[in-house]
Design a protein around this ligand. Sequence first.
Ligand code: IMP
Length: 186
Amino acid sequence: MYFVSSNENKYKEIVDFIQALDRPNFTIKFKQLELEEIQSDSLEKVSEHKALKAFERVRYLTLIEDDGLFIDALNGFPGVYSSYIFKTIGNSGIIKLLSDEKNRKAVFRSVFAFHDGKNIQIFVGEKCGSISHSPEGEGWGYDPIFIPEGFENTFAHLGYEFKNKISHRRIALEKLCTWFLANKQK
Ligand code: IMP
Protein backbone atom coordinates (compact mmCIF):
# COMPACT_ATOMS: atom_id res chain seq x y z
CA MET A 1 0.00 0.00 0.00
CA TYR A 2 0.95 3.66 -0.31
CA PHE A 3 1.02 5.98 2.67
CA VAL A 4 0.05 9.36 1.24
CA SER A 5 0.98 12.47 3.20
CA SER A 6 2.90 15.71 2.98
CA ASN A 7 4.65 14.77 6.23
CA GLU A 8 7.46 12.23 5.96
CA ASN A 9 7.87 12.14 9.76
CA LYS A 10 4.62 10.19 9.98
CA TYR A 11 5.82 7.66 7.40
CA LYS A 12 9.09 7.14 9.31
CA GLU A 13 7.08 6.27 12.42
CA ILE A 14 4.91 3.80 10.49
CA VAL A 15 7.33 1.97 8.20
CA ASP A 16 9.53 0.39 10.88
CA PHE A 17 6.54 -1.21 12.59
CA ILE A 18 5.21 -2.67 9.34
CA GLN A 19 8.65 -3.93 8.29
CA ALA A 20 9.07 -5.62 11.67
CA LEU A 21 5.91 -7.66 11.03
CA ASP A 22 7.98 -9.34 8.32
CA ARG A 23 5.08 -10.21 6.02
CA PRO A 24 6.48 -10.26 2.47
CA ASN A 25 3.12 -9.27 0.95
CA PHE A 26 2.51 -6.43 3.34
CA THR A 27 4.72 -3.48 2.44
CA ILE A 28 4.23 0.25 2.58
CA LYS A 29 5.68 2.96 0.36
CA PHE A 30 5.65 6.70 0.79
CA LYS A 31 3.93 9.04 -1.64
CA GLN A 32 4.49 12.67 -0.74
CA LEU A 33 1.43 14.68 -1.72
CA GLU A 34 -0.39 17.67 -0.29
CA LEU A 35 -4.04 16.64 0.00
CA GLU A 36 -7.07 18.90 0.17
CA GLU A 37 -8.64 18.97 3.64
CA ILE A 38 -12.34 19.61 4.19
CA GLN A 39 -13.60 21.69 7.11
CA SER A 40 -15.32 19.41 9.59
CA ASP A 41 -15.50 18.99 13.34
CA SER A 42 -14.67 15.29 12.96
CA LEU A 43 -11.20 13.86 12.26
CA GLU A 44 -12.91 10.76 10.85
CA LYS A 45 -14.77 12.81 8.22
CA VAL A 46 -11.61 14.72 7.30
CA SER A 47 -9.75 11.41 6.97
CA GLU A 48 -12.42 9.79 4.81
CA HIS A 49 -12.34 12.70 2.40
CA LYS A 50 -8.52 12.68 2.33
CA ALA A 51 -8.54 8.94 1.56
CA LEU A 52 -10.88 9.51 -1.40
CA LYS A 53 -8.67 12.29 -2.76
CA ALA A 54 -5.49 10.27 -2.19
CA PHE A 55 -6.90 7.19 -3.96
CA GLU A 56 -7.85 9.36 -6.97
CA ARG A 57 -4.18 10.32 -7.27
CA VAL A 58 -2.49 7.00 -6.47
CA ARG A 59 -5.00 4.46 -7.85
CA TYR A 60 -3.64 1.74 -5.58
CA LEU A 61 -4.22 0.58 -1.98
CA THR A 62 -4.03 3.86 -0.11
CA LEU A 63 -3.47 4.79 3.51
CA ILE A 64 -3.73 8.30 4.94
CA GLU A 65 -3.67 9.65 8.47
CA ASP A 66 -5.12 12.69 10.16
CA ASP A 67 -4.22 13.76 13.70
CA GLY A 68 -5.44 16.21 16.28
CA LEU A 69 -4.35 17.47 19.66
CA PHE A 70 -7.38 18.03 21.93
CA ILE A 71 -6.68 20.20 24.98
CA ASP A 72 -9.13 19.90 27.89
CA ALA A 73 -8.88 23.45 29.22
CA LEU A 74 -9.47 24.81 25.69
CA ASN A 75 -12.58 22.66 25.18
CA GLY A 76 -10.80 20.38 22.74
CA PHE A 77 -9.02 23.13 20.75
CA PRO A 78 -6.99 22.93 18.50
CA GLY A 79 -8.50 19.49 17.62
CA VAL A 80 -9.29 19.36 13.91
CA TYR A 81 -7.46 22.69 13.49
CA SER A 82 -4.18 21.34 14.90
CA SER A 83 -2.28 21.71 11.66
CA TYR A 84 -3.31 25.36 11.12
CA ILE A 85 -2.67 26.27 14.75
CA PHE A 86 0.76 24.66 14.65
CA LYS A 87 1.63 26.70 11.56
CA THR A 88 0.32 29.96 13.03
CA ILE A 89 0.91 30.17 16.81
CA GLY A 90 3.01 27.00 17.20
CA ASN A 91 4.04 25.32 20.44
CA SER A 92 4.92 28.61 22.14
CA GLY A 93 1.44 29.94 21.33
CA ILE A 94 -0.21 26.86 22.88
CA ILE A 95 1.91 27.25 26.01
CA LYS A 96 0.91 30.94 26.24
CA LEU A 97 -2.77 30.04 25.93
CA LEU A 98 -2.36 27.72 28.92
CA SER A 99 -0.16 30.07 30.97
CA ASP A 100 -2.58 30.46 33.92
CA GLU A 101 -4.10 27.03 33.55
CA LYS A 102 -3.69 24.25 36.13
CA ASN A 103 -5.58 21.67 34.06
CA ARG A 104 -3.05 20.77 31.34
CA LYS A 105 -4.69 17.53 30.22
CA ALA A 106 -4.77 16.75 26.52
CA VAL A 107 -5.45 13.85 24.16
CA PHE A 108 -3.60 13.14 20.93
CA ARG A 109 -5.79 11.36 18.36
CA SER A 110 -4.65 9.54 15.24
CA VAL A 111 -7.13 8.49 12.58
CA PHE A 112 -5.99 6.25 9.73
CA ALA A 113 -8.18 5.76 6.66
CA PHE A 114 -7.42 2.84 4.34
CA HIS A 115 -9.00 2.88 0.87
CA ASP A 116 -8.87 -0.25 -1.29
CA GLY A 117 -10.70 1.29 -4.23
CA LYS A 118 -14.11 0.18 -3.02
CA ASN A 119 -14.34 0.71 0.72
CA ILE A 120 -12.78 2.97 3.31
CA GLN A 121 -11.84 1.53 6.69
CA ILE A 122 -11.10 3.80 9.66
CA PHE A 123 -8.76 3.05 12.62
CA VAL A 124 -8.43 5.34 15.63
CA GLY A 125 -5.72 5.59 18.28
CA GLU A 126 -5.71 7.88 21.30
CA LYS A 127 -3.01 8.83 23.78
CA CYS A 128 -3.91 10.73 26.94
CA GLY A 129 -1.36 13.10 28.39
CA SER A 130 -0.70 16.72 29.26
CA ILE A 131 0.91 19.88 27.89
CA SER A 132 4.32 20.82 29.29
CA HIS A 133 5.11 24.28 30.71
CA SER A 134 7.87 24.81 28.15
CA PRO A 135 9.07 22.99 25.01
CA GLU A 136 11.37 20.09 25.79
CA GLY A 137 13.54 17.98 23.47
CA GLU A 138 14.13 17.97 19.72
CA GLY A 139 11.11 16.74 17.81
CA TRP A 140 8.56 17.52 15.13
CA GLY A 141 5.05 18.97 15.53
CA TYR A 142 3.67 18.98 19.05
CA ASP A 143 6.13 16.35 20.30
CA PRO A 144 8.18 18.92 22.32
CA ILE A 145 5.11 19.91 24.38
CA PHE A 146 3.09 16.66 24.71
CA ILE A 147 3.79 14.54 27.81
CA PRO A 148 2.20 11.08 27.58
CA GLU A 149 0.31 9.90 30.67
CA GLY A 150 2.48 7.98 33.13
CA PHE A 151 5.65 9.90 32.17
CA GLU A 152 7.27 13.17 33.17
CA ASN A 153 8.81 14.15 29.85
CA THR A 154 7.56 15.04 26.41
CA PHE A 155 7.48 12.68 23.42
CA ALA A 156 10.43 14.65 21.99
CA HIS A 157 12.45 14.21 25.17
CA LEU A 158 11.59 10.52 25.49
CA GLY A 159 12.88 9.94 21.94
CA TYR A 160 11.41 8.34 18.84
CA GLU A 161 12.20 4.74 19.58
CA PHE A 162 10.16 5.06 22.75
CA LYS A 163 7.41 7.31 21.38
CA ASN A 164 6.77 4.83 18.58
CA LYS A 165 5.98 2.08 21.08
CA ILE A 166 3.30 4.01 22.96
CA SER A 167 1.97 6.77 20.71
CA HIS A 168 -1.55 7.47 19.42
CA ARG A 169 -0.16 6.54 15.97
CA ARG A 170 1.15 3.19 17.21
CA ILE A 171 -2.23 2.31 18.76
CA ALA A 172 -4.13 3.09 15.55
CA LEU A 173 -1.47 1.35 13.45
CA GLU A 174 -1.75 -1.89 15.44
CA LYS A 175 -5.51 -1.90 14.81
CA LEU A 176 -4.94 -1.31 11.11
CA CYS A 177 -2.33 -4.08 10.81
CA THR A 178 -4.45 -6.62 12.70
CA TRP A 179 -7.40 -5.88 10.44
CA PHE A 180 -5.30 -5.86 7.26
CA LEU A 181 -3.63 -9.18 7.99
CA ALA A 182 -6.95 -10.82 8.89
CA ASN A 183 -8.95 -9.43 5.96
CA LYS A 184 -6.61 -8.65 3.09
CA GLN A 185 -3.95 -11.34 3.39
CA LYS A 186 -5.74 -14.67 3.17
P1 IMP B 1 -2.15 16.48 10.46
O1 IMP B 1 -2.75 15.15 10.56
O2 IMP B 1 -0.89 16.42 9.67
O3 IMP B 1 -3.13 17.53 9.98
O4 IMP B 1 -1.70 16.85 11.93
C1 IMP B 1 -2.16 17.94 12.66
C2 IMP B 1 -1.01 18.61 13.37
O5 IMP B 1 -0.55 17.75 14.40
C3 IMP B 1 0.19 18.92 12.49
O6 IMP B 1 0.71 20.18 12.88
C4 IMP B 1 1.18 17.83 12.82
O7 IMP B 1 2.53 18.29 12.72
C5 IMP B 1 0.83 17.52 14.26
N1 IMP B 1 1.07 16.12 14.57
C6 IMP B 1 0.49 15.03 14.02
N2 IMP B 1 0.96 13.91 14.57
C7 IMP B 1 1.87 14.29 15.48
C8 IMP B 1 2.73 13.56 16.36
O8 IMP B 1 2.77 12.33 16.43
N3 IMP B 1 3.53 14.31 17.13
C9 IMP B 1 3.55 15.68 17.10
N4 IMP B 1 2.78 16.39 16.32
C10 IMP B 1 1.95 15.70 15.49
